[in-house]
Structure formats: C-alpha cells, structure tokens
Design a protein around this ligand. Sequence first.
Ligand code: GDP
Length: 366
Amino acid sequence: MLQVGIVGLPNVGKSSLFNALTAAGAPAENYPFCTVEPNVGIVQVPDPRVQRVRELSGSQEYVPAQIRFVDIAGLVMGASKGEGLGNQFLAQIREVDAIAHVVRCFQDPDVTHVMGSVDPVRDLETVELELALSDLDTVERRREKTGKKARSGEVDAIREMAVLDRLFQALTDGEPLRRISFSHKEEVVVGDLNLLSTKPVLLIANVGEDQSHQEAEAFRVAMHNRGPGQSGGTVVVPVSLGIEAELALLEPGERQEFLGELGLDEEVSARVIRSAYGLLGLITFFSANDKQTTAWAIPEGTKAPGAAGVIHTDFQRGFIRAEAIGYEEFVELGSMKVAREKGAIRSEGKDYVVRDGDILLFRFNV
Ligand code: GDP
C-alpha cells in the first residue's frame, strides 16, 4: 500500500492534518479502524466508481483504494546529526513513497512557533536542509567505499562514482534531488541509496481561518520567487486545519453544510488525497468477484503483470493474461454477463498498459 509521511516543524499542524485525514475516512465499512497505530492511519480514496462496480458485478462488499499516512513527529534542527529523535525520524521518512510537508502560514499568538515567528519559506528550507544533510551523509559514506574500488580499476565502481559525484554536487549546491532527472542506469544507483530528498513532496500550506487566500497566495509567490524550477516535484495544497478540527466534531450532514457556508466544496482529506494521486501519477483499477469489489491504486503506465502483482505476487509471477473492460463501457452494458455476451471483454497480454477505471480479471498459473 502506498505510504505518505507527514513531516514538518513542531506546532505547524501535523497532528491536526493526521486527525483530519483519519477522521474523515470514517465510516469505514470494510476497514474497522482507520487509525491502526497512534501515528499510522489508513485513508480510503474517495471514488464513487467502486460502489457502482460493486452493484453491477453483484459483489457482497467493496473496498476502496487505500493510502497509509504516517505522522512522523520529532523533526528539530540538527535531526540529520541525530539531535532529538533525529535518526528515528529520518529512518521513518526512508520508508515512505511521498512526503506531505506541513508548513505553518497561520498567525496565532496562542500557538508558539519554535523559531519565534511565522515564516513558511524559512521553515520549509529548515526541513529541506535536514533532509539534504542526511542525504549528503549517505552519499559521502558511499563515495568512500566506492572510491576505493574505483581507484583499483573496477569498472562498475567507476560508473557508480560518476553518479555519486553528481549527487554530491547537487546536494552541496542546495538542490533537492527530486528536481534532478536521472538516466535509467543512474536511477538504479540512486534507488539503491534510498535518499530522502528524491521523494515527491506535497506542500501542505496550513493557512489561517480568516485569511486563507492571502496567506496561501503569499506563500505561493514566495515559492515562485525562490527561482525557476524550485517547485519541481512538489505541489502546494492550501488547507486550514483550524477549520478542519471544527469540522471533525460535526455530523457528516452538518459538515457538508458548514463547508458550503465557507465556500469550500470538499474536505481537506479529499483534497490531500487527490493531490497525492496527481503528484504520484496514480490511477485506479478494479477487481471484482462475488465476494468483493476492490479498487487498487497503481502508478500510471503500469503494465498488466505489474497491476496483478499489486493484488498478489502469485498473480504477477504466473501471469498469463488479463480480461479487461473500461469503466464507462461496463456501466453502459450493465453487467459482466452482458459484457461477455457482447464480446466486450478484451483479452490483454503482458504488454498491456492499464488504464484508469479498468475492471481487470487476471488469469494466472503458478
Ligand atoms: P504538530 O505539532 O505539527 O503536530 O501541530 P498540531 O497539529 O498539534 O497543532 C499545534 C497547535 O496549532 C494546536 O493547538 C492546533 O490546534 C493549532 N492549529 C493547527 N492548525 C491551526 C490553524 O489552521 N489555525 C490555528 N489558529 N491554529 C491551528
């Protein structure tokens, strides 16, 4: 399951975001507990198509696609040098697919700021610096090891050294690695190092209740002023977690009304999840049998065997073919039976690139 880690300085709204995400995930018919550990929550991806597929395929129940959110507390300046819970904190970030970085834009004299004033760009840079320093440490250690081999003439080590030098240069220039594109071969070396600043970032701008728009706008302008290309690999999502906290106390019906009064069309969880989908380039496919219809999140461009592997490794290992039909066509025909009779179910091989909304049945043999 896809994992997103929530990071940021203390008191910026990380727990508030975590609570807003997991509270809004309820009611979860198929997933009784949204918060699986105090700091780990499973959030369902809102998508009405999964219910429709369940109805038409006659499954008893449905399971929406899910994303795991981890509230990673404990970042302080010097984390990369092991200050505070530094090492533990960085190890947790290593595990995630994407980072949701909360920055504080709201002014509130009752909520202390660890750095004494509200300055989202400075905060952002403070956290990025810790991640980059940690990466620099990783790269330097690998350079020492690989350097010895390279000097003794090992061809692979010489190639790896070139990549490490490139990483070292970028990091010392203060450039987060997610903005750099690597060749396929370089990607292998980079992937193996599992560096923190290569991960895509959702920037969650926590704006105040009253001035949401101005503050978010000011932050966007400040980001823009950091220079061209500075936002590569990041998406800014303005939210007001103060409002979310109030929303969480309301009944679902009242929530919708309150949102309407504020001129917002959806809750923060839906917005954050949708942004995460966009940032990570995810699409959804469905599997359906008598028991269960399930929605699965996969990266766009995934081929049929890869999609099969998301359900079960055996499906991928023994992949023969996939029976496929698009969501729109399935809804139009109204049932699998009719779809079959009309010959609308396609038989796709291992090179088939899965499309968003596909309903897939895998044939495999292990
Ligand atoms: P964390 O330390 O980053 O997890 O921050 P918390 O989520 O615990 O929030 C710290 C404090 O800021 C809490 O008292 C929150 O109620 C408050 N807070 C969070 N978001 C907002 C906001 O948008 N507006 C205001 N006024 N207070 C907020």
